[in-house]
Design a protein around this ligand. Structure first.
Ligand code: HEM
Length: 439
């Protein structure tokens, strides 16, 4: 689809093939980003997600990938398993109104350990406050690159009461918090390093390699970006899983039967079980597909005029890989609005439809640098919850069963708007296992 918004050409790709043809096969032309003026004004600079194609982009990609690459992420698995089990225990012990906070804390807890070597143990943790602030910014500001400020940068010089300049007020209110997200983690790890108390982390390993006179801005930017990009997306995907289990208890039970037959009731699931749990894998893939948390992806930018299938894509076009559109492509996914995990199983058990992790993490040279971390975090938490908890519909004070609607919020990261439910231990045995594991 081609559209022009206030003179700005935009292309929406809602076929996976088109995204592969353009963003991957012709990646030399489509790996740029538009300027995200709103986020830059907020202080997100340098931030890999928003960097334009060029030397600084290449440097930041390398910084991220060297710490989050496919093999490197194995080191994080024991920590991810511990956080997943902690969440399962917290679910069992907490009131339903805390579930969303607990899921957010799971996602923040993992990324904070990777980035800063810090384990969150209290609800007052400074990283949780920073994560709340990021949530405010990312979820309440509409699709990326589309705020009035992005179209009319001149608005940044107007007062926030001026029509169309509402985002100026947002910038003023949140700029100093963004600065803290850049400064706090590096400042803290540096102090811990000097005191000989720093745990292994991305920041510590970077500081150890830094040479005299090196600029700290790259380190601060990479750490803040990992934190922001890794937290919301993981949390939102986990909330989509919860919603799917509330609305589709039949899949919950089927997956639990699979886990019981492979893992038994003498231990908790481990990463080594992954290949033996095909239905759990399908549930994760279907969670990615059913409600993608970045529905419009992050826009790429065409650096030169291009012709695709006889159509002109003008230089400077914003190219949105519409992940939501691809999830609804009926030529690939049958009955696409239905939550149907077995679609991914080979025929005849399923429909042999392609896994969605090829799509949900984006494309080409801009593909998500956190995909392996995210995939592991989500797999272990989904499996641990299914193994130990029963997720059911909540009941209101009048005894009516609450059926949440499947509605996602707007924003750079989109989130289910209602996940009210009740979570209880699956059995006395599963409760004992989880308590033994966490203490
Ligand atoms: C379920 C979880 C996640 C999803 C669905 C997701 C999705 C995405 C998508 C769609 C993009 C844009 C790709 C493109 O432009 O084509 C992206 C970029 C990015 N992601 Fe993720 N992501 C997730 C988790 C993470 C995690 C855990 C991290 C870091 C630890 C991370 C770091 C990044 C970064 C730094 C970028 C920008 C890459 C660039 O512009 O070159 N993400 N992600």
């Amino acid at each position: 689809m081609y559209l022009e918004v206030l003179g700005r050409p935009m292309i929406i790709l809602d076929k996976h093939q088109a995204a592969v043809d353009l963003l991957e096969k012709r990646s030399a032309n489509y790996s740029d980003r538009p300027k995200f003026i709103f986020y830059e004004l907020l202080g997100w600079k340098p931030a890999l997600t928003f960097l334009q194609y060029g030397k600084q982009f290449a440097k930041h990609r390398q910084i991220h990938q060297s710490y989050l690459g496919r093999h490197k992420v194995d080191d994080f698995k024991p920590m991810q398993a511990l956080e997943a089990r902690t969440l399962a225990r917290n679910f069992i012990e907490s009131a339903p109104e805390n579930y969303e906070k607990l899921m957010s804390r799971f996602a923040t807890g993992i990324i904070t350990q990777i980035v800063a070597g810090h384990r969150i143990t209290s609800p007052d943790d400074p990283y949780l406050r920073m994560s709340d602030m990021i949530l405010e910014t990312l979820s309440k500001t509409g699709p990326p690159g589309n705020s009035p400020l992005d179209f009319f940068p001149v608005l940044q010089h107007f007062p926030s009461w001026f029509p169309g300049a509402k985002h100026v007020g947002v910038v003023e209110a949140w700029k100093s918090s963004t600065q803290e997200i850049y400064d706090y983690p590096v400042r803290t790890v540096r102090q811990q390093k000097e005191a000989g108390e720093a745990a292994p982390s991305f920041i510590l390993s970077y500081l150890e390699k830094m040479e005299e006179g090196d600029d700290e801005a790259d380190l601060k930017g990479a750490a803040a970006t990992m934190f922001a990009a890794g937290e919301m997306t993981t949390w939102s995907t986990l909330s989509v899983f919860l919603l799917a289990m509330i609305l589709h208890p039949e899949w919950q039970m089927k997956a639990q039967r699979e886990i019981d037959s492979v893992v038994g009731d003498q231990r908790l699931p481990e990463f080594d079980d992954r290949n033996n749990l095909p239905l759990v894998e399908c549930i994760m893939q279907e969670t990615f597909r059913w409600n993608p948390v970045n529905p419009l992806g992050v826009p790429h930018r065409a650096m030169e005029d291009d012709i695709y299938r006889g159509m002109l894509i003008p230089k400077g076009s914003l190219v949105f890989p519409s992940i939501k559109g691809m999830s609804l492509d009926e030529t690939v996914y049958s009955d696409p609005t239905t939550f149907y995990p077995e679609r991914f199983l080979p025929r005849p058990a399923g429909k042999g439809e392609p896994h969605f992790d090829n799509i949900v993490f984006g494309f080409g040279r801009r593909i998500c640098t956190g995909e392996y971390v995210a995939s592991n975090s989500l797999w272990i938490v989904i499996t641990s919850i299914l193994a130990t908890c029963t997720i059911s519909k909540a009941v209101d004070e009048k005894g009516n069963i609450i059926v949440p609607e499947n509605i996602m919020s707007d924003g750079l990261a989109s989130h289910p708007t209602d996940t009210r439910c009740a979570i209880s231990p699956r059995s006395a045995r599963s409760k004992a296992l989880i308590m033994e594991a966490i203490g």
